[in-house]
Structure formats: C-alpha cells, structure tokens
Ligand binder design. Structure first.
Ligand SMILES: Cc1cc2nc3c(=O)[nH]c(=O)nc-3n(C[C@H](O)[C@H](O)[C@H](O)COP(=O)(O)OP(=O)(O)OC[C@H]3O[C@@H](n4cnc5c(N)ncnc54)[C@H](O)[C@@H]3O)c2cc1C
Length: 520
C-alpha cells in the first residue's frame, strides 16, 4: 500500500532518516517494521518566520517496495547514418536539443566556438588570475555555455512551455546529485556541472553524434529562403537538413551577421544593473530570523526581491548563496560581472544581480542601429564600467550604503571577485534610468529585509547580460525563423528562454519541431 503525507520538521530532524521514519510511523499509526520504503518527493524550507521549518512531502510504502521514482527512461540509441541537423552552440539549449534529436532518431552535429569544459577551466583560471581574456573561451563561450560555471540553479517560471522534470532527470542521468530530484529549488553547483556536461557530450558521441569545438559559425548558407548549412570560422561549409541556432545572448557577432544578411531580428526589453555582495552570515541572520545564523542543518540562505520603481521592474537576479562573483565579459574593453556557487554553497559571501528593466525608449539615441540599438546601449554600459574600473578587469565597486546615499566609498570590504575591485562612484556614472532606480529599489529592499542596505555589503558594476536585448523571431507553431525555412532560433540568445532550465526546455522543444518539419 502507498500513502502520501506531509511533515513539518526542524532542520535537524529533517536531516535524520531514522527520525523521519519515527514521525511517519506515529502519524500513520503503523509500526515502523511495516514501512518498507520512504521516498521524499519534495523538500522545501519554510523561513517565513522563526523557527525555520523544513517541509517534506513523502510517499510511504507499506509492506511493498517503492517503484523507481524516475519518470523517464533515458536511452540514446545509435543514430549514425541518420538525417543530420546542425546545432550551433553547446550551451544548455544546444546540448538538450542534441540529446532530444538523438532520442528522435536524428544525428546532431554540434558546432561550438569555444573549448571543451577542461580547456575552458584553464582559460578561466588565466582570466581570474592574470586578467587575460580569451575572447572565444570564457564564462560565456565554450562547452556548457553560460551555464557551465554557474550556480546551476534549475528553476524556471516557464514550466508551462515544457517538461521541467525531464530536464532535471537528464541532468541527474548525467551525474548530477540525487537532491536535485526532490528539492523545490534544485541547484547543481559550479564544481559538479563540468563533469555533468562532459557526460552529456559523451552520450552524444556514443550515439554517433558529432561535436566540434573551436568551430565558430560565421554565416549561414541560404538558398531560396531555406537554410542549407553554415560557414565556419575556418571557411569550411557544413551542410545539413536544418540548423538550430542556440548561440546565447553574448554572441553579438551572430546578431550582426543575421542583420547584415537581412534576416530579421528585433530589439526587446531586458534588464541591467549591478551585482551586490553581502557576508553570507548577514543574509543567514536576516532570512532565518536568528542572530545565530543558519546553524548546522540549514543551507546558506538565499533571497528573491522585486519591486516597481517609476514604472519599471527592479529585482534580484541569479542570487548565489555561498558563491563568488566572476568576470563574465567576452571582449576586451568591457566589464561584466555575474555570479556562481559551488554545490556546497560554502563561501563566506552571498551575491546577487540587482537589475532594472531596460526598454527601447532608453536607447533611442542608438536608433540608427535599428534592431541592434539595445546591444549598443549594453556595450556603452560595459565600456563605462571598464573605464571606471581602471581599464582592466578590476571591477568598479562601492559600499552599498554609500551607493544608496550617493557617497564615494573611502575603502572597500573584502570581496569574492578574484581580479579585484576599485572604489568608484557608481551612483554618479551609472545612467540615471538605471542608477537612480537601483538606489530607490535598494531602499525598498531594506524594508523587506532589515539590514540589507549596509556598508558591510558592496555593489560591483555591471550586471548587463541578464537576458538577450534581441529576439530572433520564430513562428509560434513551427519554431522556424519567420523568413528562413529550416532555421530554428533557440534558447536565451533567440529571446525565448532565460536561464539554464528554460533554455534546456526550449532546446528539447526545438528538436521536436525540427523532427516534425523533417518528417514533412
Ligand atoms: C556566471 C553565470 C552564472 C549563471 N548562473 C545561472 C544559474 O545558476 N541558473 C540559471 O538558470 N542560469 C544561470 N545563468 C544563465 C544561464 O547560464 C543561461 O541562461 C543559459 O546558459 C542560456 O543557455 P543557451 O544554451 O541559450 O545559451 P548559452 O549558454 O549562452 O550557450 C550558447 C553557446 O553557443 C556558443 N556560440 C555562440 N556563438 C557561436 C557561434 N557563432 N558559433 C558556434 N558557437 C557559438 C557559445 O560559445 C555558447 O557555448 C548564469 C550565467 C552565467 C554567465
């Protein structure tokens, strides 16, 4: 017999299976010897008030074995010799598209401008330690895409668009930890993601798919409004039945070559701002309502904040508890920050993007650039941050209370950002549309989380790559580009996803649409 029940336990109790079993036995009034299996289906933390509780949703099996908790049986069968589809980009969008194509009996050829995850790790070390940027292998470009060295948070608001559970199970199948199957806010961690991504590549290769690194796509081959293949940076022409374009939002050259070829792209809203970093202990204290912080059994606390300022959304973005801030630029002469956390979320710092919506009216001065106007505004902000950081990859930074009060910081607190920080008046040089709104937003956030605005925290500039400033328009039903047959814009760079999980979902769905199209 199977029974379902909810338990609300202290963090210590929830960490102990014997205690969980004892509570289940009492609650169901069944001797624990008859409880053959307990499965935690969902686990969440209720930190709305003190004391913090852990909420467990359990399936209990009485005198019978538990079934396999997995919904999917993942199999990647041999597809060598089958129809070929080019997938440009090996981020979550491209990788999930390739794996789904294999499931559907199609051979993916992945073309990736950057290096594989191991080569990429070395380039990231050079960037952090020596401020030496490889423009083709960095935090945005390379195997695993922008998600490879991240917190690996796997939640999405777009579950209506596809199957989130499948995404989680594919990550788990490729080596991600069991917890992601049950946590309400699953995350994998920057230390584990590279091996998971490598395993995904191995599934693709083992099934007969192809993966070419350091192969940038510089143009599309188009005949009679139908894509026939691509031209790579080595001048090679690769032909295929269809092209999935999953190049992410940092591939500005892709938007540029599409625009020059008269292939329609559109400006869209996105968000820019700063990254804020607090001592993790302070965030634990605020969120868990206790001067003792998180104690032994609770994870590093996170937060999610949002408000409206002068008609625009202002919100926290990609919060990384126990994480570090990283340099996420793709070109010399620009400064971009982002955040990541290891699986244990165990650094002494908590960081998050705090951003405000940017709309086309904010970058009217670049209207002569047509759909690329937003990109110009994004570049302007990144160059401004670069110059104010001393024209290297040192980040311009300001203590948070000083930023809100409009005061230059005399000195700066310790920070996780390895290339270093330099005191700079961000309140002064950020465009008012962004800077003034951010300062007002921080004041409101301090009312929601007392103690949030403090000079123990600091802001670093700039968080500019939250999502794409451009959409590559596609048909709602077929997912094909509105002008070009056989071209399937996919993921975050196409403007149809934001984050790892939604890009992965979009990759899967794009693969399904390609298959339908190929079957005519
Ligand atoms: C540091 C950091 C931390 C993040 N943390 C999280 C998180 O915890 N959770 C979350 O949901 N999201 C996070 N994100 C965002 C997330 O990584 C992206 O939303 C997601 O990776 C987008 O997936 P994608 O496949 O659409 O594009 P991308 O991941 O950007 O992948 C695009 C790929 O295409 C390749 N490419 C680009 N142009 C070409 C070309 N011309 N030819 C060949 N290849 C090309 C790139 O090298 C790249 O590998 C983070 C991002 C960063 C930078």
């Amino acid at each position: 017999m199977k029974k379902e029940l909810q338990l609300r336990l202290s963090p210590k109790e929830a960490s102990d299976n014997i205690i969980i079993k004892k509570y289940v036995s009492e609650k169901l009034d069944i001797p624990s010897s008859e409880l053959t299996a307990l499965q935690i289906v969902k686990r969440s933390i209720d930190a709305r008030r003190y004391p913090v509780k852990v909420q467990l949703h359990l399936e209990v099996y009485i005198n019978e074995q538990a079934p396999n908790p997995k919904k999917y049986k993942l199999e990647y069968n041999d597809i060598s010799g089958k129809d070929e589809v080019i997938v440009v980009g090996a981020g979550p969008g491209g990788l999930f598209a390739a794996l789904r194509l294999i499931e559907l009996g199609i051979k993916p050829i992945i073309l990736e401008r950057g290096k594989n995850v191991s080569g990429r790790k070395r380039d990231l070390a050079l960037l952090n330690r020596n401020q030496a940027l490889n423009e083709e292998s960095n935090y945005a470009f390379g195997e695993g895409g922008a998600g490879a060295f991240s917190d690996g948070k796997l939640y999405t608001r777009s579950t209506k668009r596809g199957d989130f559970r499948k995404v989680v199970e594919v990550f788990h199948f490729h080596g991600a930890q069991d917890d992601i199957l049950i946590d309400t806010h699953p995350h994998i961690g920057s230390d584990r993601l590279p091996s998971v991504i490598k395993n995904m590549r191995e599934s693709i290769l083992k099934a007969g798919g192809k993966v070419l690194f350091e192969t940038r796509v510089d143009d599309l081959i188009i005949e009679n409004n139908t894509v026939k293949g691509v031209i790579t940076s080595n001048g090679e022409k690769i032909e295929a039945k269809a092209v999935i374009l999953a190049t992410g939002h940092s591939a500005r050259d892709v938007y540029e070559f599409l625009n020059s070829a008269g292939i329609s792209i559109e400006a869209k809203s996105w968000a820019m701002g700063v990254r804020v970093e607090h001592p993790q202990d302070l965030i634990d204290e605020i969120q868990y309502h206790s001067a003792d912080g998180r104690g032994e059994y609770l994870p590093a606390a996170s937060y999610s904040l949002s408000t409206q300022i002068d008609g625009r959304g202002a919100y926290s973005f990609c919060m990384c508890p126990g994480g570090i801030i990283v340099p996420a630029m793709t070109d010399e002469n620009e400064m971009v920050v982002n955040g990541m956390s290891p699986s244990g979320r165990n650094t002494p710092f908590a960081n998050s993007g705090i951003v405000v919506e940017v709309k086309p009216e904010d970058f009217e001065k670049y209207s002569d650039k047509g759909p690329l106007a937003g990109l110009e505004y994004q570049k302007e902000l990144e160059r401004l941050a670069f110059v104010n950081g001393g024209s290297g990859f040192t980040a311009p930074a300001q203590r948070l209370a000083d930023f809100v009060d409009g005061r230059l910081s005399f000195d700066l607190p310790e920070c996780s950002y390895v290339p270093g920080t330099i005191s700079s008046p961000l309140h002064f040089w950020l465009p008012d549309d962004i800077g003034l709104r951010l300062r007002k937003a921080f004041e409101l956030f301090d009312r929601k989380m007392r103690g949030f605005v403090t000079n123990e925290a600091m802001v670093l500039g700039v968080e500019s790559r939250t999502s794409s400033p451009i959409r590559i328009p596609r048909d709602k039903e077929t997912f094909q580009h509105v002008q070009i047959n056989g071209l399937f814009p996919c993921g975050e760079g196409a403007g149809y996803a934001g984050g790892i999980a939604s890009s992965a979902i979009d990759g899967e769905r794009s693969a399904e649409k390609v298959t339908l199209w190929l079957k005519g």
